[in-house]
Design a protein around this ligand. Structure first.
Ligand code: PEP
Ligand code: MN
Length: 348
C-alpha cells in the first residue's frame, strides 16, 4: 500500500495516518519530496485498516500496491517521471538551467572513467562540444578489483571536476563509494552515482536517499531487476525522488564482452517503474568496438539516456582505456544517435 499526500498537508493530518498505521503495527516509511509526501506501507492493509484510513484521507490517496516496491512502481506515476536537475550556474537563462531526464529528450552523459588531471577534463569537455552532451561523467573514487590499481584522486579530483564545470555548461556526476564522503561529494557535484558494487549497500542508499541529491543508481552485476528496484525503493523511501536507474551489464557465462548488456531489462524497467532509465554500454562491453552498436540499441529499446566513457588518450588512461571512445568518435556517434532519436519520436 502507498499513501500519497500533497506536500502542503499539515503535519497533524500526516500524524493521524501514522497513528493508524502504528495502531495496527504496520511497518511504514514516510518520504517527503518537493511536491508530495509518500507513505509506503510494507504489506497490503486489511479492510479494518483501510476503513480507519478512509476516515482521515480520501480513497484516491490510497494506492493499492501489493508488490515489494511501492514508490518506484509505475502504478504511482503511470506517465513516467521527468527528473529536473538544476544547473548550478545562476547566470544561465531559466529555460537552460534545468536538465530534464526521462522526457522526450535523450540525455547524453560522457567523460573519462577516472579523473586524472585538470587538463584531461578540460580537453575532453572541449572536444565533446558538438556532441549534445549534458553531463560530464568522471570518478574521483574508484572501486577497483585490485588494491594495487589506481584508486582515484579523491577530494582533489572532486575539485578538478568542479573546476571543469566553470568553462562548460555541463552538469557533473561522480561515484560515491563511502557514506563518510557523502557531504564532500554532494557539495561538489550535481549528480551522485552509486556504482554497481554498491547497489546493495543499504546504509549508503539510506544516506544518499536522505541527501535528496539527484542520483544515478547502477544495477549490481548479479542483481535481478526486482533487487535493482528494491534498491531504488530504498532511495525513494528515504526521501530522494530524483532517482535515475542505469543498466550497466550483468555477469553471465559469456566472455566475449566484460559483462552482458541486458537491454531487455530496459524494456522491463520501463513497464515496472516510472523512473528514468539510462544505459552504460562501456562497462557492459569492456571493449570500444561494440559501444556504438550498443548505444544505438539502447535508444531503440527505450533508454532515456546514455552514460559513455570517453578519453582523449585512452592508451595512457589510468582506468578502462580499452573501452573508452575518443571524443571525436563520440561526436560522430552522436550524429547517428540523433537519427535514431528522431525516428522514435524523441530528440537528442
Ligand atoms: C563507473 O561508471 O565508473 C563504474 C565503475 O561502473 P560500474 O559501477 O557499473 O562498474
Ligand atoms: Mn570505468
Amino acid at each position: 500500500m502507498l499513501i500519497q499526500c500533497e506536500s502542503s498537508t499539515p503535519l497533524k493530518e500526516c500524524e493521524k495516518i501514522i497513528t493508524i498505521l502504528e495502531q495496527y503495527r504496520l511497518e511504514y516509511l514516510v518520504s517527503r519530496a518537493e511536491s508530495k509526501i509518500w507513505i509506503g506501507v510494507s504489506s497490503s492493509c486489511s479492510e479494518v485498516v483501510l476503513d480507519a484510513l478512509k476516515k482521515v484521507i480520501s480513497s484516491q490517496q490510497l494506492i493499492p500496491i501489493t508488490g515489494p516496491y511501492k514508490m518506484v512502481s509505475r502504478l504511482c506515476s503511470p506517465n513516467g517521471t521527468i527528473i529536473k536537475i538544476l544547473h548550478p550556474k545562476k547566470k544561465l537563462k531559466s529555460q537552460n538551467r534545468f536538465l530534464e531526464i526521462g522526457g522526450k529528450k535523450i540525455v547524453l552523459m560522457a567523460g573519462p572513467c577516472a579523473i586524472e588531471s585538470q587538463e584531461q577534463l578540460e580537453t575532453i569537455s572541449h572536444e565533446l562540444e558538438g556532441a549534445s552532451v549534458s553531463v560530464l561523467r568522471a570518478s574521483a573514487y574508484k572501486p577497483r578489483t585490485s588494491p594495487y590499481s589506481f584508486q582515484g584522486m579523491g577530494e582533489e579530483g572532486l575539485i578538478l571536476h568542479r573546476n571543469a564545470q566553470k568553462k562548460h555548461q555541463l552538469l557533473i556526476e561522480t561515484e560515491i563509494m563511502d557514506v563518510r564522503t557523502l557531504p564532500l561529494v554532494a557539495a561538489h557535484v550535481d549528480i551522485i552515482r552509486i556504482g554497481a558494487r554498491n547497489m546493495q549497500n543499504y546504509d549508503l542508499l539510506k544516506a544518499v536517499g536522505a541527501s535528496g541529491k539527484p542520483v544515478i543508481l547502477k544495477r549490481g552485476i548479479a542483481a535481478t531487476v526486482e533487487e535493482f528496484l528494491m534498491s531504488a525503493e530504498y532511495l525513494m523511501a528515504h526521501g530522494n525522488h530524483q532517482v535515475i536507474l542505469c543498466e550497466r551489464g550483468i555477469r553471465t557465462f559469456e566472455t566475449s564482452s566484460r559483462y552482458t548488456l541486458d537491454l531487455s531489462s530496459v524494456a522491463v524497467l520501463k513497464r515496472l517503474t516510472h523512473l528514468p532509465v539510462i544505459v552504460d554500454p562501456s562497462h557492459a562491453a569492456g571493449r570500444k568496438d561494440i559501444i556504438p552498436a550498443l548505444c544505438k540499441a539502447a535508444l531503440a529499446v527505450g533508454a532515456d539516456g546514455l552514460l559513455v566513457e570517453v578519453h582523449h588518450h585512452p592508451k595512457v588512461a589510468k582506468c578502462d582505456g580499452s573501452q573508452a571512445l575518443l571524443p571525436h568518435e563520440f561526436v560522430e556517434l552522436s550524429k547517428e544517435l540523433k537519427k535514431i532519436a528522431n525516428a522514435i519520436g524523441r530528440s537528442l
